[in-house]
Design a binder for this molecule. Structure first.
Ligand code: BGC
Length: 817
């Protein structure tokens, strides 16, 4: 762990133990290490030590543990949701949850007749090898009789065969010999109780179908989801050996509803290692190319390679992943950078591509936000576009499959086009809560976050960025255009003309800053003319018009006909895109119309009383006040514009809308909102690091460090144990990739304008761009070199600070800064 992280880790107000042996250490940039056992930190460690492969993620919970308030064994399979109804504050609410799937880990042991080891061990060290994707636990276990056993456990979720997970346990009796009993199990009785705020809501999603311990030595378990047709099947093979020589064991099956176990008994000798290999195959009814999930699981478990081979194949895939993600930078946070990429690649990988899944905001690491998909992919895909464009495409396909649901949602509110949901899960309907709990007051409050219509613009932006990075015109012309045009249509139909102003307005929405969900003087929810929403709407309409122009051959007529899109409607898009109202006050962009009428907040007084103001909304509500009354933001809102677009592009967008925007606007607007933002979302640091790059490099670097280590340090004081913050994790890496290099992809060129922070001496990246596998950027404070690997691809147009250079495959070009 780096020095900067230490300085922040005991921030006032944070609910965490002080620095101790419990702090994570990164002894090298590829290892996360925790010494000792700390019940307070266990949930956080489980998340940061999770292993996964894009098909599933398993928290780093101890195999002998159960959900008991300290431990929370959780395995989440991408896209496996279940719907249930709960009673909340006298209302029935319907929620779709990412299901906590059967626990494949359970494994414990005892000297015969003693007590089953249920943790914690006497000594323990956890070590996550980020390079190879292996979690290793070294422990010393003592039973009440004083019999001591050394234990080494290694676990992987295979990146080579995503349906396989494995746990290898090596036991060495230190001061005893005798019969050793091992219990290996599959547990389908688990529930979704990982988030305290949701306790009391429906949490039982698994219904046992069958379980057994077969003559073939395999355990099997099949469950179905309580409220959906999902079936999940697991088969486990448990083998025991000493130095690769199988050991004779007695096996007894122990089977109950939702639980399948085997009791293995064997001779153990003092000092002689006994290795227990548990290899588990997992399939669901959502998987392509299988028959019945249970049959597939049994076949695979029976044929799976031994642990060492499985590990070797898995490590090979990780080596590939790291090559594709190569970022070399000489600063002390490089370990955090690897950790972030590691969890990103465990959540979404090539194994996610055919699963029809989006990017869950909190990874597949916990149950916060019920595993839903928000707009956070906006922060993730910008990174993936230049590394794994096929993953971006798969995420966009997830959105495209839900286009009809988005059309239906627009129709339901009397509008046209596609209205994407703020929270999305399996079928694309709006999954946002209508009530949320303020834990500070105990009040259930109306939740208007679904009015964040800007999520649709994020989908459109992602389509366009993917197209820019890949030049994949076929995608743009098909699924891409269908989404873009329908989102544009939605904006056009949302805009109402105000003859007094001579402009169009978009009313009743929420911006990214979720604090303002209504005017303090109004009855109805939402605010009007959120600047971010309107500028993005204008951008979407303009890109939709460009897309119509770019549609090749007969595809244009085809699509215009299919969408019943005539010249009149296209004219209206032009008109709306140029005449949306954008509010200003005091020489800055207003977050929304009427923002200037809000009261200034007494920051000094509140900071004295509450050292941590990140949840100012909750604090004020608990005091009978409302954050809606004040000029105070949870996270970047207006400033998102300069996160998504260069200063010149923002200027052009505003000018297109008829607002003369000078050079000063960014500086003034940044300063104004920075003073009024509490960074209640981890995404906020990413955006601020970005927008401050040119004006305040030191502050930018500070925000970058905050974003980069947000989960490692659990900056929100207890939220990481409910899942990683994937947007911030990926967004922080993207700051190195695109922000400090000034890298943009537009107008068929790679634009470069580096501004390396002084803390960074040197940076090297390998990108994929328009069919080039290997565009290398190497830069320091004096120069930047762009090199292309040999290929038959077209030359790449690079624009260094605006001036164009063409680089051919196999060539490099050096630019002096
Ligand atoms: C943020 C949203 C974000 C969501 C999921 C919220 O706290 O305000 O912008 O999409 O978390 O990460």
């Amino acid at each position: 762990m780096d020095a900067d992280a230490r300085a922040h880790s005991s921030a006032p107000g944070a609910r965490r133990a002080p620095l101790s042996a419990a702090e994570p250490a990164m002894p090298d940039p590829w290892t996360l290490r925790y010494e000792g056992f700390d019940p307070v930190q266990e949930g956080l460690r489980e998340v940061l030590c999770a292993v996964g492969n894009g098909y599933l993620v398993t928290r780093g919970a101890a195999p002998e543990s159960r959900a008991d308030g300290v431990h929370y064994p959780g395995t989440y399979l991408a896209g496996c949701y279940d719907r249930a109804t709960s009673a909340v504050d006298g209302h029935l609410v319907d929620n779709e949850d990412l299901v906590n799937c059967p626990n494949w880990l359970p494994l414990t042991f005892r000297p015969e007749g003693g007590e089953w080891f249920a943790g914690p061990p006497v000594r323990q060290r956890l070590e996550l090898d980020l390079r190879r994707g292996v979690l290793t636990r070294h422990a010393l276990v003592a039973d009440p009789q004083g019999l001591r056993t050394r234990m080494v456990q290694r676990r992987v979720a295979s990146q080579a065969q995503p349906h396989l997970v494995a746990l290898e346990t090596t036991l060495v009796p230190e001061n005893w010999s005798g019969r050793l009993e091992v219990r290996s199990a599959l547990d389908g009785t688990v529930t979704n109780t990982g988030v305290a705020r949701y306790l009391g809501l429906a949490d039982r999603h698994l219904v046992p179908v069958s379980q057994g311990s077969g003559d073939d030595g395999l355990l099997r378990l099949e469950v179905t989801a309580a409220g959906s047709p999902l079936h999940i099947a697991l088969a486990a093979r448990t083998r025991v050996h000493h130095a690769n020589t199988p050991l004779p064991v007695d096996r007894i099956g122990e089977v109950e509803d939702g639980w399948a176990a085997q009791l293995l008994t064997l001779d153990a000798l003092m000092g002689r290692p006994v290795t227990v290999e548990k290899t588990v195959a997992v399939y669901t009814s959502r998987d392509p190319a299988i028959g019945a999930p249970l049959r597939a699981a049994r076949l695979l478990a029976a044929q799976a390679p031994g642990f060492d081979r499985l590990l070797a194949e898995h490590a090979l895939r990780w080596a590939e992943l790291w090559r594709r993600c190569r970022i070399e930078a000489d600063f002390d946070g490089i370990g955090s950078l690897h950790l972030n990429l590691f969890h990103l690649l465990q959540t979404y990988s090539e194994h996610s591509v055919d699963l029809d899944v989006g990017v869950p905001a909190r990874g597949l690491h916990g149950e916060a936000y019920r595993g839903h998909v928000f707009w956070d992919e906006l922060f993730v895909l910008r990174l993936l576009n230049l590394r794994f464009p096929e993953l971006t495409r798969a995420v966009l396909r997830y959105r495209h499959r839900r286009l009809d649901a988005a059309r239906q949602a627009a129709r339901q509110v009397g509008l046209r086009g596609a209205m994407y949901p703020w929270q999305s899960a399996s079928d694309g309907r709006e999954e946002s809560q209508r009530l949320h709990l303020n834990p500070l007051s105990g009040h259930w409050l109306p939740d208007h976050s679904h009015l964040q219509r800007h999520v649709g613009s994020a989908v459109a932006y992602n389509v366009w960025q993917y197209y820019q990075a890949t030049g994949d015109l076929d995608f743009l012309a098909t699924a891409g255009a269908e989404m873009l045009l329908e989102i544009a249509r939605f904006w056009s139909s949302s805009a109402t003309y105000d003859p007094g102003r001579g402009r169009y307005s978009i009313r009743g929405v929420l911006g990214p800053d979720e604090y303002h969900d209504a005017y303090p003087w109004a009855e109805r929810p939402g605010v009007d003319d959120n600047a971010y929403t309107n500028v993005l709407a204008s951008w979407v309409l303009a890109r939709a018009l460009d897309t119509v122009e770019a549609l090749p051959g007969y595809r244009r007529e085809e699509l215009l006909e299919r969408l019943a899109l005539g010249p009149q409607e296209l004219d209206r898009w032009q008109e709306v895109s140029r005449r949306l109202h954008i509010p200003f006050h005091d020489g800055v962009l207003s977050q929304f119309d009427g923002y200037e009428r809000l009261a200034e907040f007494d920051w000094a007084a509140y900071r004295q009383r509450h050292p941590d103001l990140r949840r100012l909304d909750r604090i004020l509500e608990a005091e009978g006040d409302s954050v809606n009354r004040y000029k105070a933001s949870k996270q970047a809102d207006v400033l998102m514009l300069w996160y998504l677009f260069s200063a010149r592009e923002v200027r052009d967008l505003l000018r297109r809308l008829g607002y003369p925007a000078g050079h000063e606007l960014l500086r003034r607007t940044t300063g104004y909102y920075l003073r009024r933002t509490v960074h209640g979302s981890t995404l906020s640091s990413v955006v601020h690091a970005w927008v401050l790059t040119r004006s305040d490099r030191r502050a930018s670097w500070r925000h970058f460090r905050d974003a980069l280590t947000a989960d490692l340090r659990d900056v929100q004081g207890g939220t990481t144990c409910e899942g990683v913050h994937l947007g911030a994790m990926a967004g922080a890496v993207d700051l190195l990739q695109r922000c400090y290099t000034g890298l943009e992809i537009r107008e068929d060129a790679l634009w470069l304008d580096p501004h390396l922070p002084s803390a960074l001496g040197h940076l090297e990246l390998d990108l994929r761009y328009r069919g080039h596998w290997g565009v290398e950027l190497a830069l320091d404070h004096r120069q930047i070199t762009v090199s292309l690997r040999e290929s038959r691809q077209e030359p790449v147009q690079v624009r260094f600070r605006g001036s164009p250079v063409t680089i051919r495959p196999g060539e490099s070009h050096r630019f002096t800064l």
